[in-house]
Ligand binder design. Structure first.
Ligand code: PMP
Length: 401
């Protein structure tokens, strides 16, 4: 008799469908940039984290090819066994130099960097205070650590301080964790205030610079540079997969911290080292970020231009943002799906983000340095045709084109 032990999976999927939370993948053909090819159509791409357009830059591609020819495709082992190459260390020095830290450590993804770092630096006798809108990798790193986790309301320093006042002394170590640019909202953490609280209550602060590196700061070092906090004591993590156009993650901090993580972070110790191609591409991207500030300047011109245009459409609610991520709130998950389909029919790729990823549904727009003024105007033109229609039972959205 067949077991029914797995039947719950189908039932669970049915529940996901019913709530309009079902996720599907969209296949993209060929290179991606400001335009993408999907289902044989060319769409303007507002769904990419490739903020500076580096993932298809010839110099990154050439660096990846050269490294592959020199070292092979895979790195064939973990860093501590047989996977370490001089290229990894070169990249770590480049990250440390960009971030103005003593050292850095490269992981195979940003997710693994967060899991490994958070779970290595706190444990069962410790406390984590985590912004409620933090990325999944920080939340899961916190769970993995075994520490007591308290989520404080988004960017709420008063609430954070209340928790610290009441709880700090009950624990051995305390870690405050936050995204610097919040990935599904686009706003920034109150970094100086967080650092002040961390100092006052003798806590560590870990900041995830995934969406800030290459985008914020005079040299593109991220939010820490943007707020002029590079000289203050904190732990920075991030990814090589967004503005750096490659794959992988990193931690940047003191030599002691990096040395400790090399000995204690399981997601670094027990996994295969980053591939030579990804490592070389990221290294080239950091050089470009440092040598070509005009890319970042162009990205910010595009962001400012989009905001200016969208604020003229009073029926659409744009979440406050200080980054390349701009989100339009919609009443329900179904509304967000309809709006995304409407955009796609009009030649624009911008995804609907729904619960459980976020509490309220939205269209998430990512701007790139390589978008043209005409492409941004076309986006705003299509968005202007979205009507939000309230009915007695529910609200719905329809496109007028
Ligand atoms: N942190 C944040 C804030 C992110 O948005 C992401 C990626 N979505 C990650 C970490 C994980 O980075 P990676 O894609 O390199 O695993």
């Amino acid at each position: 008799m067949p077991s029914d032990a797995y039947n719950w999976i189908e039932q669970s999927l049915a529940t996901i469908h019913k709530a309009d939370w079902y996720r599907t993948v969209q296949t993209i053909q060929g290179h991606t940039g400001a335009m993408v090819q999907m289902n044989g159509r060319s769409l303007i791409n507002f769904a990419s984290n490739d903020y500076l357009g580096l993932s298809s830059d010839d110099r990154l591609i050439q660096a990846a090819i050269t490294a592959t020819q020199k070292y092979g495709t895979g790195s064939t082992g973990s860093r501590l066994l047989s996977g370490h190459r001089e290229l990894h260390r070169e990249l770590e020095y480049a990250i440390a130099s960009l971030k103005q830290t003593e050292d850095a450590l490269v992981f195979s993804s940003g997710y693994l960097a967060n899991l490994g770092t958070v779970s290595a630096i706190v444990g069962q006798r410790d406390l984590i205070l985590s912004d409620q809108c933090n990325h999944s990798s920080l939340k899961n790193g916190a769970i993995l650590s075994g520490a007591t986790v308290i989520e404080y309301p988004h960017c709420d320093l008063v609430s954070l301080q209340t928790h610290l006042e009441q709880q700090r002394d009950c624990y051995r170590r305390c870690l405050i964790v936050t995204d610097s640019v919040f990935s599904m909202d686009g706003d920034l953490c109150p970094l100086s205030g967080l650092l002040d609280l961390a100092d006052y209550y003798n806590c560590m602060l870990l900041v995830d610079e995934a969406h800030a590196t290459g985008v914020l700061g005079k040299c593109g070092a991220g939010c820490v540079e943007h707020f002029d906090c590079s000289q203050r004591q904190l732990i920075q993590v991030g990814t090589l997969s967004k503005a750096l156009g490659s794959l992988g993650g990193y931690v940047a901090g003191t030599k002691t911290l990096i040395d400790f993580l090399r000995n204690r972070a399981p997601s670094w110790i027990y996994t295969t080292a980053l591939s030579p191609a990804d490592t070389a591409a990221a290294l080239t991207a950091i050089q470009i970020i440092q040598q070509e500030p005009e890319r970042r300047q162009q990205l910010w011109r595009n962001i400012d231009n989009f905001k200016l245009l969208i604020h003229q459409l009073s029926h659409l609610k744009l979440l406050p943002s200080d980054s390349a991520i701009l989100c339009l709130l919609l009443p329900t998950a179904a509304d967000a799906l309809i709006a995304a389909r409407h955009l796609q029919d009009a030649g624009i790729f911008a995804p609907a983000i729904r619960p459980p990823t976020v509490p309220t549904s939205r269209i998430r727009i990512s701007l790139m340095a390589t978008h043209t003024v005409a492409q941004i105007e076309q986006l705003v033109d299509v968005l202007s045709a979205i009507k939000i229609v309230s009915t007695t039972s529910s609200k719905s959205v329809r496109g007028d084109r």
